[in-house]
Ligand binder design. Sequence first.
Ligand SMILES: Cc1ncc(C[n+]2csc(CCOP(=O)(O)OP(=O)(O)O)c2C)c(N)n1
Length: 797
Amino acid sequence: MQTKALSPELVAMMDAYWRAANYLSVGQIYLYDNPLLKKELMLKHIKPRLLGHWGTVPGLNFIYVHLNRIIKAYDLNIINITGPGHGGPGLVANAYLEGTYSEVYPHISQDEEGLTRLFKQFSFPGGIPSHVSPETPGSINEGGELGYALSHAFGAAFDNPDLLVACVIGDGEAETGPMATSWHSNKFLNPVHDGAVLPILHLNGYKIAGPTVLARIPHDELEALFHGYGYTPHFVEGDEPMEMHVLMAATLDRVVGEIRRIQRDAREQGFTERPRWPMIILRTPKGWTCPREVDGKPTEGTWRSHQVPMGDMGHPGHVKLLETWMKSYRPQELFDKSGRLRPELAGLAPAGERRMSANPHANGGLFLRDLRLPDFGDYAVKVPKPGAVDAEATRVQGEFIRDVIARNPSTFRVFSPDETSSNRWGAVFEVTSRCSMAAIVPGDEHVAPDGRVMEMLSEHQCEGWLEGYLLTGRHGFFSCYEAFIHIVDSMFNQHAKWLDVTRGIPWRRPIASLNYLLSSHVWRQDHNGFSHQDPGFIDVAANKKSEVIRVYLPPDANTLLCVTDQCLRSRNCVNVVVAGKQPGPQWLDMDAAVKHCAAGIGIWPWASNDQGCEPDVVMACCGDVPTLETLAAVQLLREHFPALKIRVVNVVDLMKLQHHREHPHGLSDGDFDTLFTTDKPVIFAYHGYPWLIHRLTYRRTNHGNLHVRGFKEEGSTTTPFDMVVVNDLDRFRLMADVIDRVPQVGATAAYAKQAIRDKLIEHRQYIEEHGEDLPEIRNWRWGLGEKEKLAGGKRES
Ligand SMILES: Cc1ncc(C[n+]2csc(CCOP(=O)(O)OP(=O)(O)O)c2C)c(N)n1
């Protein structure tokens, strides 16, 4: 195959550039000193602990130099996503060769001293990690946990019409679930207003220690697989560098031509049909160019080259072998005596922001603009007095989100695994649709190629797309069932780690926060039952660095609106918002909601009767259903024990419970003690697993008196009230908890407890006969008399 653009001179130069990148990569893995091998290599020049991955690196470097060529030849705007992010040395080497590395880290200068530091810092205490971590300029995908590269790539390309996202996918990585589903992203990429993604499947044949699936299936099956996914696969296969350069360059020329044709057609004629985007299948030897054999065992082209091809450098002959290997790249042809890359080679790299390591899309905060937000107060539910009206909190939130979409037509998207409607955000379909480039048939509702609602039934895909979208400077919201957000626990982990690290990197600009709405939550999974009941994502979130984690449990629609506005304005955080979608009582008017959310936690005076004195008990609640049960319990208590002084504390911002030295939102001990007292019983009704509340408060003065009720893995397809009953979170149980802990309740306690027991028996008999909750439970309202009902009086109908 020929390519006009590639003269023999250019091939030779590109090969030299590739050798330079490979040399710097090997140097990073092995060398402590003597970076230009000016002296004979000795053991003392080698790091004592060799930590890194070589096998994928020569392939990554090969791709890089070829992308550089097309950036220059076609003036392309490319970012490069490295699935096998364990190939960190390669990407660091290229950022260094392009000069970006020295610009952001001036002490890693373009000379022998800088080279020494570059080599030493890699996988070294006080230095940089071994992966394409946030410290690596040009990276938006660490690739430590494999599987997310392609979803990230498509997320980056959405609404970036001029961007081409090259995405290297390891053949091992291609075996992961998230990667397997992410090939379908091409059904969601609109060639009119989105950029392009070029997947480069890197078949180097092996994972850590075994063969990969895709490297061991016949060519026609492989081709058919990717054809079936809707791509045009282009094969680049071989191990002879000069031939491979020519083949790769020619293939990239064709690929660029195809991408341009697709985009031109779509942009001139509008979207007509889903394009068949090109992709590359690159088959090269694993560890390409490293020693063929080490200690008599094949190494180049095998799994043995995955990490450090020669680990034990004390072994006779290994130092010599390393020296021979490094000298095979002919460093004296690549770097001048001072250690600087020769100018004719340096000239191969693109300039300025066209360098993939300096492309601002890979430092998305540079592009970030505040959203144009409507006034959330305009969506307020009118609440004449607490509990007077019912509303579906997320439906109200959906109206706000609808207008965020409308006002930000190219910088905000909604992501959901098919739950936008189910979670009651249906209002968004008044202004947009579900995005799809695939066939649309009569009967489809709200499906269109330019939709802003990204729905695919893969939490991985949604999470990956959103992360890619955020990391390149845009905004979004992920709406998910609470139980199934666990599917992306580890993706969330990786993103939270990324955010945490970027906080310490001055050149990385803050990005929009990752916002989750978790609805259809544990307490109201009426259709689905036990499998759908799991509030544990909050616990996962709470494990991460407090600086990047926020958890909100707004008790009603107006507080949910405030919190949503807050999330959309926040930066560099993960905001977890848990809110119900079922009709429920509304507690706060907008004015009160704004004040309550600003504080994050507070006494609800209208529900309390301890004004002017010490309370006998604090009834705390966090989450919409626990708040409802708490208020119902408070009402019962006040009717039965009028002298009892009760304080009601509601928590919207869960992290308020933590100490202010442990979380930026945390309360000081003084403020915590003021709310929760230092010695009174606290009955805490919590949305999730109770132990988290203990964990957050274990050092507080009054922790010994804290009694937490929450979800304890009791569930089924049953009535809403029975869910709280079986988990001991119901109003009667909370009332009993108070009776058990507060001596002041006095002589009437025995009768009240008996009435509670009888009521719970009545509840069970009623639901088993009628299939729904007792009318007095269904129709309960704050402020109505309960005493006679508890005592078995007249029932409402
Ligand atoms: C999800 C996940 N599982 C396991 C690993 C451990 N791991 C690191 S590299 C690797 C092999 C990767 O193979 P491939 O994607 O083909 O990359 P390459 O061969 O180019 O190094 C594995 C299993 C990981 N990083 N992420």
